[in-house]
Design a protein around this ligand. Structure first.
Ligand SMILES: Cc1cc2nc3c(=O)[nH]c(=O)nc-3n(C[C@H](O)[C@H](O)[C@H](O)COP(=O)(O)OP(=O)(O)OC[C@H]3O[C@@H](n4cnc5c(N)ncnc54)[C@H](O)[C@@H]3O)c2cc1C
Length: 383
């Protein structure tokens, strides 16, 4: 059975910021092209970064949805197929198969299928519920179960974990964070700024157990590797994401840390493209909104007929921790260099410089955070 779709049209798998940004950009350039979006979720348009900043604002699911799938269809002249997982790609026949047995033909196929939260495993973790929040459905389940003033165990003090800690605490939850790193955002910040973030989070009421892991779970409590017992009502893990590769892998596309794409975001099959959290560009995986928007623009132009290589300047990320304003522009993974830090207290400017003194990245806190755009101009392009 064939579902609607056009043999020459563009089929986008995924309705996150990647899929819908591409649909929006492509519709501007190609008013007549048939565009079908197939998504495993409800197809609502929303801003994923709000998931770690919405609780303190009292936003429930309805407050996060910007447009329904039906409104997206009408606004952008799309065909949106919701709650359907693409289960296979027949590259020879140019068809994708859906979970309900139907298939959809494509002329060009775009994978914007995102990433899965990395599961947290420790002794007993299979006997407790450890939530992850990576989409609207997760958020609804997580938020509905929170009790006023409840005790939250948060595993992970990276960028997203720190944001959740700030948001949930401001919203009245009693948050305890556990992370093996010695300071929050350990992979993005030098110690001086990480220590200030730790102070700021502690200052609003977050309890931090840094340099520690959960050794085992028992019902309603976690026992840390130093013997500390943390009782909790709800547990949330934010320890990173793993790009979704299985679909591409099964179709024989090249994959590595993500679905491998060239400068035009083409996979190893010239009719199949990828962008967003699932893709590995020549600059590596770039799981943030600004690179994704640049990818959507470049890919739309390519799909509209002009091969357009992705260009990426350095793109700083604002950390949504009102307890301490923070912006980071990390150097490429594996880059050799040192942090040079100036400023005092919460107001710090850290430049990551190579052995010749050339700045390759930065982290800014407090009053320095406002300098992020100006400073980014002096950083090397990502692509
Ligand atoms: C809590 C949180 C806060 C964040 N905050 C920031 C921030 O402040 N700044 C920033 O730059 N970035 C932030 N990010 C990262 C940013 O939000 C992501 O990089 C971006 O939203 C990823 O979009 P995407 O479209 O690639 O993936 P997703 O939004 O994950 O979308 C994937 C889509 O694919 C669909 N799908 C998956 N598999 C299939 C299948 N087989 N068949 C059909 N459909 C499928 C899913 O249903 C979904 O619609 C944050 C991320 C999180 C989780």
């Amino acid at each position: 059975m064939t579902a609607s779709g056009a043999p020459g049209g563009v089929v986008i798998v995924g309705s996150g910021l990647g899929g819908y940004s591409l649909a929006r950009e492509l519709r501007k350039l190609a008013p007549a092209t048939a565009i079908t979006v197939i998504t495993a979720d409800g197809g609502e348009s929303y801003s994923k970064p709000m998931l770690s900043a919405a609780f303190a604002q009292g936003k429930d699911l309805a407050g996060l949805v910007m447009k329904s799938a039906g409104q997206m269809e009408a606004d952008l002249s799309l065909n949106v197929i919701t709650r359907q997982k693409v289960t296979g790609i027949d590259r020879a026949a140019k068809l994708v198969s859906l979970g309900d047995g139907r298939s959809v033909p494509y002329g060009r196929l775009v994978l914007a299928i995102g990433a899965d939260p990395r599961p947290y495993k420790a002794e007993g973790s299979d006997r407790v519920t450890i939530h992850t929040v990576n989409d609207l459905d997760d958020y609804a389940v997580w938020r509905d179960g929170l009790i006023p003033g409840g005790r939250v165990l948060l595993i992970g003090a990276g960028l997203i974990g720190s944001e959740f800690a700030n948001d949930l605490t401001t919203g009245g939850q009693k948050v305890t964070v556990v992370d093996p790193a010695p300071w929050p955002l350990g992979r993005l910040l030098p110690q001086a700024l990480g220590d200030e973030m730790a102070k700021a989070l502690t200052g609003i009421g977050v309890t931090l157990h840094l340099g520690r892991s959960v050794a085992r779970f028992e019902p309603g409590k976690a026992v840390l590797d130093d013997g500390t017992v943390v009782a909790f009502d709800k547990a949330l893990s934010a320890i990173g994401l793993i790009p979704r590769l299985a679909l591409a892998q099964a179709a024989g596309l090249a994959v590595d840390k993500g679905i491998v794409v060239d400068r035009c975001l083409r996979t190893s099959d010239p009719a199949i493209f990828a962008l967003g959290d699932c893709a590995q560009t020549e600059a590596g995986p770039l799981p943030f909104v600004l690179p994704l928007m640049a990818q959507a623009k470049a890919l739309a132009a390519t799909l509209a007929g002009t091969d357009t290589p992705l260009k990426l300047p350095a793109l700083p990320v604002v950390v949504k921790t009102p307890a301490l304003a923070m912006a980071v522009c990390p150097p490429a993974p594996g880059t050799v260099g040192d942090w040079r830090v100036e400023g005092e207290g919460g107001d710090r400017k850290a430049l990551f410089v190579d052995p010749d003194g050339k700045p390759l990245g930065f982290a800014l806190s407090g009053s320095f955070a406002a300098e992020r755009q100006a400073l980014a101009k002096g950083m090397p392009d990502l692509l």
